[in-house]
Design a protein. Sequence first.
Length: 276
Amino acid sequence: MKIDLKKSLYTAFASALIIGGFASSSKAAEIMAPSSLANSGQLTYAVAATFAPFEYMENGKLTGFDIDMINEISKRMGLETNPMNMEFKGLIPSLQGKRADIINSGMYIKPERAAVVDFIPYMRVGNQLVVAAGNPKNIQGQDDLCGLKIAVTLGGFQEGLAKEQGAKCVAAGKKETEVLTYPSAQDAALVLQQGRADAIFNSTPGAVKQVTALPDVYAIGGKSFGPYFLVGIAVRKGDAEMKKALEAGLKSIQADGTFDALLKKYNFPKEAKNLN
């Protein structure tokens, strides 16, 4: 029997293309979407868009780190996103009532919350020094505050941290940090802007929001410091399928650099991704 070599090669080449096409499609859908969704083809999430830079409204549009993150994760599942913006107090009830598939709202993982929902942690937040733009005093951490002025909210958590640091300076034989107290965080920020303080203490999210809003006025001074809290996506208690899919999606965006790009976009410090 005579074999048409040209035809055989063409058939083999075409078959390879078809197989390759199936392989590419399979790769694109590597994360299996959960079977039980509030709305078919959509990942419906509850969010309280009042916590910049995690989630907030800008020009009438929902935006923020969490919004971009869940959009990227959903793409890897082959799903569209369907946000449900509401008050923070309604987040967990909407999840438990199955109106939402997940809570994607910069939620701090606390024992009382972990008792009623399961979490996929993705970020660790703590406290941050905010300094004047350009960091003229080259403040890279709390040890650089000895002999300098730091503005804090009167009676706030950061006031205690600042006074502890002042005591450490004295114990080390250095000049004590001068702690300036003000009625609100806004007042403390204004004092820094006016040059009457060298730095202020803020939470990591608060510092990021501050620097993002006024990059010509403020800058981040060094790395974040404790005490720390983990932030996570919440799923219904015992929803192993949803949790597994989200964990796979999170791992995917971390592996390809998307997560780091979002940290940079929203001015989060790189160490925020270190959950330990």
